[in-house]
Structures are given as structure tokens and as C-alpha cells.
Design a protein around this ligand. Structure first.
Ligand code: ATP
Ligand code: MG
Length: 618
């Protein structure tokens, strides 16, 4: 089915943003794909991600209503890539209410945008929704159910689903969370729209999700109503563009089609030739598109062996391997990248600005990998003949990784095609043995979501608190945080101080931190109202920016420890407040003895009146 009035991606973005602007929202630009202040995740995974501080109560300069089109990367979805609707890079349209409108207005606006002739004009008869059905923690979302009914959605088209489907958050163990309501569009034949909605049928494609943050999950597992109620919505640009233009396949929209045509031209194969070819072309288009967007970001990174760089490397290598499956013999990835750059250059000017870097890096990576790919495949074929128990051992998989640059999932994929398995655990053990710790970290993080906090980041986070406390002791009180950044390799900490630290001061700070680590002080977290917390804790930021309920992390406070254990067994570490007290979202280690040795590797000026320390745990 083709509609007469095709709509372009550019028009769709604009329509969405204008609609919500007219409803009092401030249009905000897409944040970087690489989060600026969140070491716990590699990429921005949703429109809400850069807005977390505002959902927690900080004031947004744009007011209480904002809207955006956000660049997202979900490495979690990589196994889904090859179907018609999941990508590793995609764009998410969204609108937010920070303690302003709630369910009624949000649902009404969603419905109006979807169905009104001036907006998307989708046929209401092809739409269905789902709402949270309720469980022991939180009740059925009657309000959303009633609102949809009132808008004319038949009860048979409102599915009541459990937490697995219709609940968001919290991002970590505790924090804001709540029910959501999802909107689906029927992409099958128009005369075959089922009367009832069944979310198992893939012809119902989820296009939009409205999340209602109305609970705070506490450490004890209790869901208490939140004072600040937020709305967080996300609509997939690619899926919505597809359904608007009558496609049941995102790759046929103008966001992908030129890329597919280029792959057809280079390979001499046809997209619709057979299932396998379609899949390989989709994987190539998706992966090169993601690699270009990650590298072309203003905080972009090229292929490497750690973190985001390793994701880029794996995306490119997997694309090359699928190119080989299509019979492509020559280097082709930069030609595909050029098509991606053309598609995005006027929407995301940074991609055009960084195109030289993108093209060069892709070509370099492809050159490097092509040298070993053929040999690696040969090795794989030999292995296949040798194997008796249908399982590739950890050592063999690791050899493919180390000698031929095969990322683990590529070996798994190749194995699967031949009906073989891979000993993943064995691979990981080999990896550890070879002390490729940072790479192993990237392997884990590749699957990570918003809640994935790697152990090493947590350690650095706690070490940062110790550092601030030690600076205050050594330099005198009045030292505040001016910036902080944590990677798997080090912490970086900016603070107010007018001059270079002397060698003695640096040594004293290091020694104090190491003394505390040696004493294995305990870390205790207490949640309390902000007003009470601010009486005893000095903070580095404007107090109005903290939410009403805050977490206080104390390190080495005997009274806090006694409270936490309900007994007189606190370690004697001095009196009063203990060594460090800070308001912080966490997470932290429980005992600091596990931090190892703390060493300051650099002390330098950051800006006028601000010094910067880089430190490592060894
Ligand atoms: P699905 O169940 O289809 O994976 P989701 O529940 O993970 O979707 P949300 O986290 O609610 O999706 O994201 C909001 C919207 O973003 C979805 O309604 C969808 O339109 C879009 N979206 C989510 N994941 C992807 C993806 N991998 N590729 C393209 N669009 C996506
Ligand atoms: Mg998903």
C-alpha cells in the first residue's frame, strides 16, 4: 500500500518538533552520542538519557516542557539487526514533562499527533496500545486505560501487559520508575487488521512509548509515590517513517534506501533475492551507518580496542564479513559510508564536519582487517573439520580473536551458520589469562544498558570521594568539585585551587587516601530529605539543583555504620562525620579496602583557579 503523500524524514522530524513546540515545549538539540558525564554507559541509548538530572529534579533552562530528536545507539539490539525494525543507531523523537503535565495531557497529545489530519493522519483503525496490568508492587494503570478508551480506542485494542513490557526503570537499583503505555501500528494488509491486539504478532510494530515516572523504588524494594511526576516519551523515527510511507521495512525508507542500492551495485546482488541476502545487506547498512554516526559525532571515536572504539571496530568488521558473504572482494566500506554521510550531512552537520576523519578511519580499519580476514576464515574452516563435539573451544576462539582480529560475536555467528557452538566462558577465561582486562571490559560493556555500572568505574567513583576528602584535609577546608570524569583506566577530578600543588601536598593527599584504604573503611548510604542533609553536608553544586530526597554517602562514619548494622560494632575511625560525606547518586563500593593502591599520575591547571588531578588505582 502506498500513500499518495509520501513524507520525508526531514519533514517528520520537523512535524514532531513543531507540534510539541506549539504545545509549549522548548526544542532542544540532540546531545552527543557519547555521554558527557556518565561513565557507566558507552552510548546515549534514549532521548531521556541526557535528561536524567532534570527528571531527578534539576531545573532545565528550557523550562518544564522540552522536545528533541536524539541520536541513539543500542548495542544491546545488535542481535535483532537484520529484522525490519531494529537498528544499532536510530533517532528517537521525544517530549518531556518535568513535573508539569502527566498522563492525560501526554496521551491526548500522542493520539492527536498520530491521528490528526494536520499531523501524521494515521488511520485510528490500524492503531493499538498497551498499558501496565498491575502486580504486587504497583496497581493496574487504570487511568491510562480509561484515557485511551475515551479517545475511542476499543478495549480489544488495549492490551494489559506486565512489568516486562510496560514498565520503565529504575535505571539502577533504586530511583524513579513507573508504568508506560506503548503505541503500535498494523503494517499488514489494511483489510486484515485484527480486531484484537496481540503483541506477539510482528505485524503490530511498536512506534511510540510514553513513560510515566510516578514511583520511587527504595532500597528495601518498596515503590513509593514520587513527588515530582515526569513524562518521558520516545518515538522511533525510522519505524514511524516506514509506516507513514506504507512500508513494513525500515530499510526501504529514504533513510536507508540509497545505502541498500549502493550495496546492490557493489555486490551485484539483489536486496530481495533471498532471506540471507536481505539480512546481510541490512547488517552492512545498519553497522556502517552506526559506525559513521559514532565516529562523526563531535565527541566521536575511531576504531580501537577499548570502549566505544571497540564497538566501532566490531561494527565495521562485522559489516566486512557480511560483505564477504555477499561475494564482495574489494574494499567497500568507505563507499557505503559516503552514502550515509550524504543522508545525514544537513541534519547533523557534525557528520559533514568530521567526514574526512570518518572516511579515513573506515578505510584504514578495512585495510587492516582484510589482511587477516581470509586467513582467519581459512583457519576457521580447518577448525571446523577438526571439531568432534560441535564446540569451538575458548582457546581456539581466542586465537581467532588475537591472531586474526575476529571479535567474539563474529566467531559465534560464523559458528552458528555451520551448526557449531562456541565456548564463550572458555573464551573469556583465555581473555583474562592474557590480561586483556580492558578489552574484556569492552566485551561486557558492549551488551551494557543504562544500568550497567562496571566494577572499575564504581571503584573510581568511590576513590573520587576519598580524593576530595583528602584534598580538604591537606589543603584546608573549602575545596569543591569543579568537574569529574571517570573511565575504566583512571579518574579525573577538577577542584578550586589557585596554584600548582607542591610535591609534598600531592604526596600527603596520596598517603592519606591510601591510609584510609588500608583501614578498609565502610561506605554507608542513607536516603533523607534534602533539607536535613544540607544541614550537615557541604555541597559542590547549587543546592536547588538537588532533588527533595537525596542519598548521603558516608565513608568511615562510626555512627552511620552502627545504624546500618543495628549494633555496636562500628569500626573506630575517629569521631563525628567520618572521613568523607557527600550527596551523591552512587553507586559505590561497600568497603574501600578493595580499591587497591591510589596514585596521582598528573596534576595540572584546568582553567583559571581550577586544578585538575588524574589518578589511578593499582
Ligand atoms: P522494541 O520492543 O521494539 O525493541 P523498545 O521497547 O525497546 O522497542 P523503547 O525503549 O520504548 O523501545 O524506545 C522507544 C521507541 O524507540 C520505540 O517505540 C521504537 O519506535 C524506537 N526503538 C527502540 N529500539 C529501537 C531500535 N533498536 N531500532 C529502531 N528503533 C527503535
Ligand atoms: Mg528494545
Amino acid at each position: 500500500m502506498l500513500l499518495n503523500n509520501m513524507i520525508t524524514s526531514k519533514q517528520l522530524r520537523q512535524k514532531y518538533l513543531d507540534f510539541f513546540k506549539n504545545k509549549g515545549h522548548t526544542i532542544i538539540p540532540s546531545a552527543s552520542l557519547i555521554p558527557e558525564n556518565d561513565p557507566t554507559v558507552l552510548f546515549t541509548t534514549a532521548g531521556m538519557h541526557p535528561l536524567v538530572p532534570y527528571l531527578l529534579g534539576e531545573k532545565h533552562a528550557g523550562g518544564k516542557r522540552v522536545t528533541s530528536c536524539q541520536k541513539c545507539v543500542r548495542t544491546d539490539d545488535i542481535d535483532e539487526v537484520g529484522d525490519a525494525t531494529h537498528h544499532t543507531f536510530f533517532e528517537m523523537l521525544g517530549n518531556w514533562s518535568f513535573n508539569d503535565y502527566f498522563k492525560e495531557e501526554a496521551i491526548k497529545m500522542s493520539w492527536e499527533f498520530l491521528t490528526s489530519k494536520n499531523c501524521l493522519g494515521l488511520d485510528p483503525n490500524r492503531l493499538a496500545v498497551s498499558v501496565f496490568k498491575g502486580d504486587d508492587d504497583a496497581p493496574f494503570d487504570q487511568e491510562s486505560f480509561d484515557l485511551w478508551k475515551k479517545l475511542g480506542v476499543s478495549e480489544k485494542r488495549i492490551a494489559k501487559l506486565p512489568k516486562k513490557n510496560n514498565w520503565w526503570g529504575p535505571a539502577g537499583q533504586t530511583g524513579p520508575c513507573g508504568p508506560d503505555t506503548e503505541m503500535f501500528y498494523w503494517v499488514g494488509d489494511s483489510d486484515k487488521v485484527p480486531e484484537s491486539f496481540n503483541d506477539d504478532n510482528v505485524l503490530w510494530v511498536e512506534i511510540w512509548n510514553d513513560v510515566f515516572m510516578q514511583y520511587n523504588k527504595k532500597a528495601e524494594g518498596v515503590y513509593e509515590p514520587l513527588k515530582q511526576k515526569n513524562v518521558d516519551t520516545g518515538m522511533g523515527l525510522e519505524r514511524t517513517l516506514a509506516v507513514l510511507n506504507g512500508f513494513d521495512d525500515n530499510y526501504q525508507t529514504e533513510l536507508f534506501w540509497q545505502i541498500i542500492l549502493k550495496i546492490e551495485e557493489i555486490s551485484g546482488r539483489e536486496y530481495i533475492e533471498n532471506k540471507d541476502i536481505t539480512k546481510s545487506m541490512r547488517v552492512i547498512a545498519d553497522h556502517i551507518r552506526s559506525a559513521v554516526m559514532i565516529m562523526g559525532d563531535d565527541r566521536g571515536v575511531g576504531p580501537s580496542n577499548t570502549d566505544q572504539g571497540y564497538v566501532v571496530r566490531r561494527l565495521i568488521r562485522r559489516a566486512i564479513r557480511h560483505g564477504r558473504t555477499l561475494g564482495i572482494k574489494e574494499n567497500f566500506c568507505s563507499k557505503i559510508a559516503e552514502e550515509v554521510i550524504k543522508i545525514f550531512s544537513d541534519v547533523y552537520p557534525e557528520v559533514e564536519r568530521n567526514c574526512q576523519f570518518v572516511i579515513t578511519e573506515i578505510a584504514k580499519e578495512e585495510g587492516k582487517f582484510r589482511n587477516t580476514l581470509e586467513e582467519g576464515i581459512k583457519k576457521f574452516e580447518e577448525l571446523k573439520l577438526k571439531i568432534k563435539d560441535l564446540k569451538i573451544s575458548g582457546i581456539e576462539a581466542f586465537d581467532l580473536y588475537q591472531s586474526f582480529g575476529f571479535p567474539l560475536e563474529m566467531t559465534i555467528e560464523l559458528a552458528k551458520e555451520k551448526g557449531l557452538e562456541v565456548d564463550i566462558k572458555g573464551f573469556e577465561e583465555e581473555m583474562k589469562k592474557h590480561q586483556e582486562l580492558s578489552r574484556a571490559g569492552a566485551e561486557q560493556k558492549f551488551k551494557g544498558g543504562l544500568a550497567d555500572t562496571s566494577e572499575i568505574s564504581t571503584k573510581y567513583h568511590t576513590a573520587t570521594h576519598l580524593l576530595l576528602a583528602a584534598l580538604n584535609k591537606v589543603l584546608g577546608q573549602g575545596i569543591y568539585q569543579r568537574g569529574s570524569n571517570i573511565t575504566a583506566e583512571r579518574l579525573r577530578f577538577d577542584f578550586n585551587w589557585p596554584e600548582k600543588l607542591t610535591a609534598e601536598q600531592i604526596k600527603a593527599v596520596e598517603e592519606l587516601v591510601n591510609e584510609k584504604i588500608k583501614a578498609d573503611l565502610q561506605v554507608v548510604m542513607t536516603e533523607m530529605p534534602k533539607d536535613i542533609a544540607l544541614k550537615e553536608v557541604k555541597v559542590s553544586f547549587d543546592p536547588s539543583k538537588y532533588p527533595d530526597m537525596v542519598k548521603v554517602y558516608k565513608i568511615g562514619d562510626p555512627s552511620a555504620i552502627r545504624q546500618a548494622h543495628g549494633a555496636e560494632q562500628g569500626r573506630s575511625t575517629g569521631s563525628g562525620q567520618g572521613f568523607s560525606v557527600e550527596l551523591c547518586g552512587g553507586p559505590h563500593v561497600e568497603h574501600i579496602g578493595m580499591l587497591g593502591r591510589f596514585r596521582i599520575v598528573k596534576e595540572e591547571a584546568s582553567s583559571a583557579g581550577v586544578r585538575r588531578i588524574k589518578a589511578v588505582l593499582e
